[in-house]
Design a protein around this ligand. Structure first.
Ligand SMILES: [Zn+2]
Length: 433
């Protein structure tokens, strides 16, 4: 499985090292061995003709829900990893809000062993901040980190208790891990079903004001300033939150943020006539919020594009809007939606690639995200000119809940390599058996 692979004459984009040009990339024993402007002649290498392709560091998704253990009807670690590599992701961070919450080494080890058995991409578990995600008592952070968790989060829920949140930030400094936060003041979001604005008014739906997010971002930045830990804001969605993160970064606070493709692509009007596929938490916001996210992706305020891949069954969405469950699948549409920002002139190709690779790697201190000599040979090949229509029926994910079904996208993943091994090629998963 190791050996030599030569990616010949592709456009290598490695934002961490400022590379954007035609190169040959040689992989030996699962690592990048050479990146050369001049063509390489290597005997015995498997040659991948990459002309017309982008040769990129494998994508890293800081925010996915793999649903195992407990909700294997929606997704398993294996099917989630298939969806990941089909979308060009070579590493994903698995959220702890599974039915058996990942608040102990036992669950962390289970996730890691299932991921090893899947043998497709790297899976980094995230542990819970509080036991059972109940927001009452801190989980055993040291135990979770020793078992392999790369961050802690109660994602799906906020930590409403400010004192508990402050202690988790303080405690996390001992382990130098980020505390990832789902920012929502439940007393403000209440029973709201979508963002406050003209669409909510037209449909007669209870609104969620932007302050539900922005006020919590403000609180946590204040706490961060006192504790000096690392704060990562998940799925940032409001203009006001973006402004505060930008200002906090300017003042040198250790805060990072991610945005999802659905939040930087769609606004509240996507809810149309009560379309539950456009129901998520945080909700789709107004056009000016979408514009603020795009600006923040371009200027570095937002560090990473993360999908918040959230698989759900058909019946979870075939209900009244208020009862519809939150979330969309995202792994297999992320690249195309990110490249739409390049086609729209919002991001340069290099910036778009950075947001999927080095940006998330840097935010969490994960390996990969670049293609220097010695780096893991996690490589994604993209055909930037390929036009395709999203067809949810063809997803490798077990679930189909996407608001992007039928959308035309330009740019697709043609191959994904993890540790020098081909795991996805031209629409097919390459299972190692
Ligand atoms: Zn969340």
């Amino acid at each position: 499985m190791s050996g030599l692979v030569l990616f010949r004459r592709g456009r290598v984009i490695d934002p961490r090292h400022g590379i954007d040009g035609v190169r040959d990339v040689l992989v030996r024993d699962g690592k990048v061995a050479e990146v050369s402007e001049a063509p390489l002649q290597v005997s015995g290498a498997e040659v991948v003709d990459a002309q017309g392709r982008w040769v990129l560091p494998g994508f890293i998704d800081l925010h996915v829900h793999l649903r195992e253990p407990g909700e294997e009807g929606k997704e398993t670690i294996l099917t989630g990893c298939r969806a990941a590599v089909a979308g060009g992701f070579t590493a994903v961070v698995a959220m702890p809000n599974t039915k058996l919450v990942n608040d102990s080494a036992l669950v962390t080890e289970l996730v890691l062993s299932r991921a090893r058995a899947a043998r497709l991409c790297h899976v980094y578990p995230a542990g819970a901040i509080t036991k059972g995600l109940k927001g009452e008592e801190l989980a055993e952070m040291g135990e979770l980190v020793s078992a392999g968790c790369v961050c802690i989060t109660d994602d799906g829920r906020p930590v409403m208790n400010a004192s508990l949140m402050r202690r988790s930030l303080q405690y996390a400094t001992l382990f130098d891990i980020p505390v990832m936060v789902h920012e929502e003041d439940l007393t403000l979001s209440g029973k709201g079903a979508m963002t406050e604005g003209p669409t909510a008014t037209r449909l007669g739906l209870l609104p969620i004001p932007p302050s539900a997010e922005v006020a919590m971002v403000a609180r946590d930045l204040v706490l961060l300033e006192e504790t000096g830990g690392r704060l990562h804001i998940a799925h940032i969605s409001c203009e006001g939150s973006v402004r505060m993160v930008r200002e906090a970064k300017r003042r040198g606070l250790n805060v990072t943020a991610e945005a999802t493709p659905h939040h930087f692509t769609l606004d509240d009007t996507a809810v149309g006539q009560y379309d539950t596929h456009a129901k998520m938490n945080p909700p789709l916001r107004l056009r000016r919020d979408v514009e603020a996210l795009r600006e923040a992706l371009a200027d570095g305020t937002i560090d990473a594009i993360a999908t918040d891949h959230a698989p759900h069954g058909v019946l979870d969405k075939q209900v009244e809007f208020e009862k519809g469950i939150n979330g969309v699948v995202g792994l297999e549409t992320a690249l195309g939606l990110t490249l739409a920002l390049v086609h729209d002139g919002v991001l340069s190709p290099s910036k778009a690639v950075e947001l999927l690779t080095h940006g998330p790697a840097r935010a969490f201190g994960l390996p990969g995200g670049h293609l220097a000599v010695g780096a893991p040979a996690d490589v994604t090949l993209v055909d930037p000119a390929a036009e395709w229509a999203v067809d949810a029926e063809r997803f490798f994910s077990k679930s189909r809940n996407t608001p992007f079904n039928g959308r035309l996208l330009k740019g697709c993943v043609t191959q994904t390599w993890v540790g020098g091994r081909l795991v996805f090629s031209n629409g097919q998963i390459q299972e190692a058996r």
